[in-house]
Design a protein around this ligand. Structure first.
Ligand code: ZN
Length: 175
């Protein structure tokens, strides 16, 4: 699990809320759920520390992770009405697309958020990781209502639950 940003890299900041904080909080919840299910979980960061993009993929590659899931929150300055969830995968990765869809569906269902679908993108963490990798954009910090959801403990639980469900269904599908 890769909680986006950290330390001096705040990520998006709106209404005094920093993206790095939301990402870490949901990632920790996701870690707890997956560990409860018996999975071996490695976090690229567990604190508010700065960590480079290549360092993140290096960590995942070094431990030979089966999956890489990066956790982010979105922003669209010019479109304050935008809400909803995207899950990204690398254009060269068919299994990435499969995992992205496996996560996107239960995540949108459990949270009730707008399902913006899956999208491909040449992000460093998706390109440089050797394993199946996705990046989840959990919602728009530029939308006041969704920002309030993103900082709410109960909504963060739903986000973590939805992502976990997707991971489990993807892994079970490989058996
Ligand atoms: Zn981000």
């Amino acid at each position: 699990i890769d909680p986006g940003h950290g330390g001096a890299r705040l990520g998006a900041v709106y209404e005094d809320v920093m993206e790095k904080t939301i990402n870490l909080s949901v990632s920790k919840k996701l870690e707890t759920i997956l560990k409860d299910y018996g999975y071996n979980v490695v976090m690229t960061r567990i604190k508010d520390v700065e960590i480079g993009l290549y360092e993140r993929s290096d960590i995942a590659n070094a431990v030979d992770a089966d999956l890489f899931v990066s956790i982010h929150s979105n922003a669209a300055d010019k479109f304050p009405d935008f809400t909803g969830i995207y899950t990204y995968y690398h254009p060269s990765s068919r299994r990435g697309a499969k995992l992205a869809q496996a996560i996107q569906t239960p995540l949108a269902q459990i949270t009730g958020a707008v399902d913006r679908g899956i999208k491909d993108a040449d992000f460093v963490v998706l390109r440089e990781t050797d394993m199946c990798a996705v990046l989840v954009e959990m919602g728009f910090m530029t939308n006041h209502g969704e920002l309030m959801d993103l900082i709410s403990d109960s909504y963060q639980d739903k986000l973590a639950q939805g992502i976990a469900e997707g991971i489990v269904s993807y892994l079970n599908g490989l058996k």
